[in-house]
Write a protein that binds this ligand. Sequence first.
Ligand code: HEM
Length: 137
Amino acid sequence: MRYQAIPPTDSLEVLLFSVTTIVFWSVTMEVRIMQVRAILNRLADGHRDPRHSGKGRFWNLSREEFVNGPIYGKKPIEPRDPANSFLIQILKGPVDGFTRMPPGGPYITPEDLAFIEQWISDGAPDIDGIGAREYTT
Ligand code: HEM
């Protein structure tokens, strides 16, 4: 019998394996908080570093600190309630004597705003264990 170092691959088997893997990861990975942070970081780039109550870019802190603040006395996020989340209100326009963020713009795009609103509607979930291994080294 002829020795075969690499067994022949069944292309259907490979395809099924790939599809299963992709479906598994897309169903189990929760990484939206990282995308939200990236959106806000991009918005703040080019500005002076915000003081933000001594917490700077507070959205890069832990999920609990991001949600609860307080930032100038305000709780940024009401999980499952984007309309009443101060973060959303201040990204959309001036509110409670605060100027729209980031000061002077450019401001968030409707697509990015919708993404953050959906994440808040879903409870503002933290990154999950699988995703965390991807991002925390
Ligand atoms: C709870 C929500 C927020 C509140 C109450 C708030 C309030 C303020 C206040 C009072 C200042 C001026 C003093 C300081 O530097 O800290 C400021 C600055 C700034 N904020 Fe916010 N902010 C909020 C969210 C955000 C978000 C989500 C962004 C994202 C881009 C942002 C970007 C900035 C930047 C870049 C500055 C510095 C701008 C400059 O002085 O040139 N803020 N914010």
